[in-house]
Design a protein around this ligand. Structure first.
Ligand code: 5GP
Length: 118
């Protein structure tokens, strides 16, 4: 049997690592990024770590991806103006460091350090 180490985000789902959780359903969790790059910087994460990238999620569970986008919109509505960037880094060369699919919501003052320049 192959043992895999739970991702850092699975450990947040399991409450093994603390995080500031802003929304949660049976299938999704959203929490503040530990190293914010904008006034609002929230990660939206499927609880399953089965999908590493957004394209895997899109082909494997399109409804879950749609639900993720819906949760992102709700958070941007609640915490900012409802206008936001939704970023999925896909692959190491694109800056992905956690291989458990997640969306970055960036909203409010995007500042100089945002993931994508203006
Ligand atoms: P990636 O670079 O894979 O697109 O994004 C990973 C994000 O996860 C980074 O923005 C990083 O700051 C965030 N992150 C990494 N470890 C933790 C953690 O333990 N808690 C929280 N809240 N965010 C984390």
């Amino acid at each position: 049997m192959t043992e895999t180490t739970p991702s850092i985000f699975s450990r947040i789902v399991a409450r093994e690592i603390p995080a500031t959780i802003v929304a949660e359903t049976d299938a999704l969790i959203a929490f503040e990024d530990i190293n914010p790059q904008a006034q609002v910087h929230v990660l939206v994460v499927p609880k399953t770590e089965r999908y590493a990238t957004v394209s895997e999620l899109a082909s494997g569970d399109p409804q879950l991806l749609a639900d993720l986008v819906g949760m992102a919109q709700q958070i941007a509505d609640d915490r900012s103006s409802g206008q936001y960037r939704l970023i999925f880094n896909s692959g190491e060369q694109a800056g992905q460091t956690v291989f458990h699919v997640h969306a970055h919501i960036l909203a409010g003052d995007l500042g100089e350090g945002s993931l994508v320049g203006r």
